[in-house]
Write a protein that binds this ligand. Sequence first.
Ligand SMILES: *[C@@H]1O[C@H](CO)[C@@H](O)[C@H](O)[C@H]1NC(C)=O
Ligand SMILES: *[C@@H]1O[C@H](CO)[C@@H](O)[C@H](O)[C@H]1NC(C)=O
Ligand SMILES: *[C@@H]1O[C@H](CO)[C@@H](O)[C@H](O)[C@H]1NC(C)=O
Ligand SMILES: *[C@@H]1O[C@H](CO)[C@@H](O)[C@H](O)[C@H]1NC(C)=O
Length: 497
Amino acid sequence: MNLRAYAVLTLSSLAAAAGAQYSLGAATSGSWGSSAPYDAGLFTPFQDLNALSLTEYTTLLHPHFPAHSVRVKQSRFCDGEVQAYSGYIDVGARHLFFAFFESRRDPDQDDVIFWTNGGPGGSSMLGLYNELGPCRVTGPNTTERFEYAWNNHANVFFVDQPIGVGFSYADYGEKISTNAEAGQDIAAFFVIFFEHFTKFKGRPFHMAGESFGGRYIPVFASAVYDRNADLVYAGLTPINLTSVMIGNGDTNSVATMMSYYDVQCGSYGFPKVTSISDCVRMKQFVPRCQKRLKESCVDVLDHIDCLDAWEFCQNSLTEDIFTRRNPYDALRPCLDKPDFESCYPIVGDTTTYLNNRSVQEALGIDPNHGNYTWANWEVNVRLNEDDRWFRAEHHLEALLQRGVKALIYVGDKDWICNWVRFVGNERMTLELEWSGQDAFRSQPLRDWSVDGVVAGRTRSVGSLTFATIRDAGHMAPYDQPVRTLEVVNRWLAGQEL
Ligand SMILES: *[C@@H]1O[C@H](CO)[C@@H](O)[C@H](O)[C@H]1NC(C)=O
Ligand SMILES: *[C@@H]1O[C@H](CO)[C@@H](O)[C@H](O)[C@H]1NC(C)=O
Ligand SMILES: *[C@@H]1O[C@H](CO)[C@@H](O)[C@H](O)[C@H]1NC(C)=O
Ligand SMILES: *[C@@H]1O[C@H](CO)[C@@H](O)[C@H](O)[C@H]1NC(C)=O
């Protein structure tokens, strides 16, 4: 089985044309480096989101980020109820697409959420149109308003990243190679956006993602945090990084792999679908797999040996869940073979919808880059090989130690990035080394409820909350929108589950 079959998928330039408006600080070239003190007198914020054009992009620049600019326009799409915007984060020849919806409640007061899907290589348009955006695709040409959208109580940004994913593109086929670089681009984007639309300055900011997003988000949030020191030094307003929110994350990929025997053959509430003989065979592979992953992926990172060990483990431990059933949801059957599109036919409709030229025109997609696919397999293979091995949980620990909160929520019917105690995401949270670790570990899981009905289990101490979402699979907001939104809204409000 190759990496692709196993992939954890959750899974232009209208502007440059004549007539685009520019809002420049006077100094767009010269000696502005990250350490140069910032002179507010040289910069004019754009200020009024309503003044953005519906048809042309406005380009936003900022002297502190000479390598980055933002193209943005108003867009009428999705439910049409709140103000919506779309555009690109431009970094030289690289262009990351974003969509932004204001809060349905109070855009001037509510928190800001950044969202990315995982994959790697999965488009965040899946999050927007199938999971938590203000509308949902209902067929190849149709959407409808979605009641349980995350912008009910927050301003929400969806970003297609890295380059090559969804509507993001590069002029000459450039590729971004690491999470860290993408993190720098995302950090720069929000500073530029908030400096221009100053009502967002200092607003509580949350970085959220799913699946492989469990590896993106800790790195991106660290980039935002580290960038803040530099902003303060330059006299700019730091981003008020308040929390990270990770859904069905693959934060520690080795731990995820080692959990597969337990979810299939242990007593964690998953259906007993794997035969006794397969379980016995797998059990013999567990210690060998553990040893090989530890030796070549954890203790030292030898890419060749590590990939070899990974393939060995995959072949010996995952065959049943990944080739015979829906690996993303123990409750949801697939149409045909257990690949993402057969398990989630809405993904095909979403792809058709997003390839409709009139839809793309509303979004401001350049016809030259209008071919939309929900997954970029080249990015998938590249990041699976290169970016799967660093310990993203160490970033989480560092964020917790600096007062950034973390919400780890997990749909409890997901096999692929499961919640399971001692092995899956619960173990990841228990093993995080931070000042609250002992208190966190000593607390038992307890039920949490929505309207008197148990909606999952949770444990929370200080800045760290772990929660399962009952009867949700890998895409918890898709499967259990009410429960997932309840977790999110209580989290934003600083309430216990
Ligand atoms: C959707 O658009 C396609 C063309 O791509 C058309 O063939 C089809 O009839 C449309 N379906 C509906 C329900 O409008
Ligand atoms: C950041 O947001 C928190 C609420 O999460 C608020 O209490 C605090 O004052 C904000 N900080 C700044 C510097 O605006
Ligand atoms: C695009 O979508 C519109 C409805 O929004 C529909 O009328 C039209 O048939 C679609 N076009 C194609 C080529 O699918
Ligand atoms: C978009 O897809 C069409 C047909 O599928 C293909 O002919 C065209 O080359 C593609 N364009 C790009 C920019 O990939």
